[in-house]
Design a protein around this ligand. Structure first.
Ligand code: NAD
Length: 262
């Protein structure tokens, strides 16, 4: 049969969880995953945003269920785990995308923002992986993609905690991938490292820097390589990585930034 884009990736009947699904990259990833057939559970603390995304997916004949969840809350993850167990009994795919950015620098004032950023960006990823791996280990298979950032790759004087949190995400991703692979399980775990992407988080950067740097073009020349990515461009890589097409990719941290960090 001819390979069309439509049947090249088929996630029919897979159960996929996507955190941060109410906006930006998480939303685009959830839409792409639902469009290829998965039963997609949309997770975010922004419940109103989630409902809109679920409606849009349903309007395209996709299968999406919205569930409010704070990724930092062990209690919320426990509730979700019990609900998943009753509803589906399995988790095939997890995309850990919920995240926050704060502007801070190393010094005595950093601790509040450091704890906040690490609690969402790192604890959130660890809770998600722990829950999903519980189901995946029983099934012997699964795919996880954690959304890190190119901020993981270099020091970041304006967002020190953010960069450090994303470096931690990459490291935990690699450790978990090694562990599942050594255990002989077909569970693939990867990280994607987007460059500057046009989302609500990008707006925070514009708000902080446009005036200081002399306008939007100047901000983009510092933070992006030519132009910001579209959320759908990042979602395409996530979709590929959670699909069987990426069957030999695990423990990888893949930059997607149009040569910005090359
Ligand atoms: N936009 C960029 O330039 C860029 C670049 C690299 C990496 N990233 C990463 O991509 C991911 C998505 O960010 P985005 O750019 O789409 O931003 P966004 O602000 O549009 O989306 C982030 C989502 O995470 C949710 N969220 C935040 N804290 C949460 C919590 N405690 N529990 C549940 N949900 C929570 C928000 O409600 C929001 O829907 C983040 O991890 C971010 O660090 C973004």
């Amino acid at each position: 049969m001819e390979k069309t884009h439509q049947n090249w990736i088929d996630l029919t009947n897979r159960v996929a969880l996507v955190t941060g699904a109410a906006s930006g990259i998480g939303r685009a990833a959830a839409e792409a995953i639902a469009a290829t057939g998965a039963k997609t559970v949309l997770l975010d603390r922004d419940e109103a945003g989630l409902r809109l995304v679920a409606q849009e997916i349903a309007a395209q004949n996709g299968h999406a269920i919205a569930r409010g969840l704070d990724v930092t809350s062990e209690h919320d993850w426990q509730d979700l785990s019990e609900w998943i167990d009753g509803e589906f009994g399995r988790v095939d795919i997890l995309v850990g995308c919920a995240g926050i950015a704060r502007f801070d620098r190393v010094g005595p004032d950093i601790f509040e923002s450091y704890r906040e950023v690490f609690s969402v960006n790192v604890d959130g990823i660890l809770h998600g992986m722990s829950m999903a791996l519980g189901f995946m280990r029983k099934a012997g298979k699964g795919a996880i993609v954690n959304v890190a950032s190119t901020a993981a790759l270099k020091g970041n004087p304006a967002m020190a905690s953010y960069g450090a949190s994303k470096a931690a995400v990459v490291h935990f991703t690699r450790s978990a991938a090694l562990e599942t692979n050594r255990a002989g399980l077909d569970i693939r775990i990867n990280a994607v490292l987007p460059g500057f992407t046009e989302t609500g988080m990008a707006q925070q950067v514009y708000d902080q820097f446009d005036e200081k740097l002399g306008g939007r073009e100047a901000t983009l020349s510092v933070f992006a390589s030519g132009r910001p990515a579209l959320p759908s461009e990042i979602a395409d890589l996530i979709l590929y990585l959670v699909s069987d097409r990426a069957s030999f990719i695990s423990g990888s941290a893949i930059n997607i930034d149009r040569a910005q960090s090359a």
